[in-house]
Design a protein around this ligand. Structure first.
Ligand SMILES: N[C@@H](CCC(=O)N[C@@H](CS)C(=O)NCC(=O)O)C(=O)O
Length: 346
């Protein structure tokens, strides 16, 4: 099964996936993307409008959102000698992993960490970047042109005090509960588990940005266990990365080609008429639909043919210049509806 990861360097959400792949020793190829739009490798070649990163393809199935990506990697790569497990047993460990994922990736923890980026670092990214992130926040082009930029150095300055409190509270919780109870890893495992990965990535990311965490408020002095855990995790990732090959870099054509010609795909899903969303939206298999994330990047709707829906995912078929792919999005945080009259016909 070929895996292609579309990402860019220093994207914290992508790092979550790169670390997952490294810890499980799953080989993959990568297709590096620009940090701002346009991304023709996705939009033109595969017909994918979703504007967030990372995106991961396994065979000819393309997965949006790191929550679904991890779930699919867990399913497609069950634990074996070649692919060591990350997710815990017993079941209660899996419950903790799921709750951490909800709180950290889906909840406020990442957002609060992002608000700690020093304003001068954001300023150095330039106006194009701020305009791009205004689009990400759902601001219409005409308002961006009028100078409405919801992510700006001024906004970061204003948000920082509260974000410091939120992040410190989170770090304090880790220090005094999971790590305070002893052991190298959150669930007292012998190597990092999925719970460590789910908890660590935003705090690790922000701790590597100079000036983000004030040394007199969130540092090794106040939280020795958390900072020791960050170091240990970093060392584990480094030693793990040495044992797996560096992922080959593909250009957009090579990546799209590998995906459309993969010859492996997930089994077909049904569209169950009893599903509440299916019933409310009047959806049927084969219908032209639009699918989009409801939090950020919602102006970028994917259009395609509805292939299936189950409890965890929507699946549509999109078409680009390289061919057709099946695009999967999680149910949580995404919406699907019949395409408008100008909907594409596949
Ligand atoms: N819920 C998404 C969030 C992904 C996300 O927000 N990624 C950031 C990069 S770390 C992003 O897409 N930023 C805007 C962009 O790159 O266009 C996931 O879990 O994958």
């Amino acid at each position: 099964m070929s895996i292609v990861l579309y990402h860019y360097k220093r994207s914290p959400y992508s790092t979550r996936i790169i670390w997952y792949l490294a810890l499980r020793q799953i080989p993959y190829s990568q297709c590096l993307q620009p940090t701002i739009l346009p991304r023709p490798d996705l939009k033109e070649k595969l017909g994918i409008s979703y504007r967030r990163i990372p995106i991961l393809a396994i065979g000819w199935d393309v997965y949006l959102d790191t929550r679904l990506i991890i779930k699919k990697l867990e399913e497609h790569y069950p634990s074996s000698n070649s692919y060591p497990p990350l997710s815990g047993t017993p079941d209660e460990h899996r419950g903790i992993e799921a709750l951490l994922s909800l709180a950290v990736a889906g909840g406020d923890i990442f957002r609060s960490c992002a608000m700690l980026m020093p304003p001068q670092i954001l300023e150095a990214q330039g106006q194009q970047f701020l305009r791009d992130r205004a689009d990400l926040a759902g601001v219409k082009q005409s308002d961006i042109d009028k100078g409405f930029l919801p992510l700006s150095p001024e906004v970061l300055k204003a948000m920082r005090p509260q974000a410091l409190i939120e992040v410190r509270q989170y770090v304090h919780m880790l220090e005094t509960t999971f790590l305070g109870a002893g052991g190298n890893w959150l669930l007292k495992t012998t190597r990092p588990s999925l719970a460590d990965l789910e908890a660590i990535w935003p705090i690790h990311w922000i701790s590597t940005i100079p000036g983000a965490l004030p040394p007199d408020f969130i540092s090794k002095e106040q939280f020795p266990l958390v900072f020791g855990w960050l170091e240990r995790f970093q060392q584990t990732i480094e030693s793990q990365t040495q044992t797996v090959r560096t992922p080959p870099a593909l250009n957009g054509d090579e990546a799209a080609d590998m995906i459309v010609k993969a010859g492996f795909g997930e089994h077909e899903l049904r569209v169950d008429p009893a599903d509440p969303v299916v019933a409310a939206e009047g959806l049927k298999a084969g219908m032209d639909v639009e699918m989009w994330p409801t939090d950020w990047g919602s102006l970028h709707k994917d259009r395609g043919k509805l292939m299936g829906i189950d409890d965890t995912q929507f699946v549509i078929e999109t078409r680009g210049t390289s061919g057709s792919v099946r695009v999967h999005a999680p149910r949580h945080g995404f919406k699907i509806a019949k395409a408008g009259d100008d909907g594409v016909k596949l």
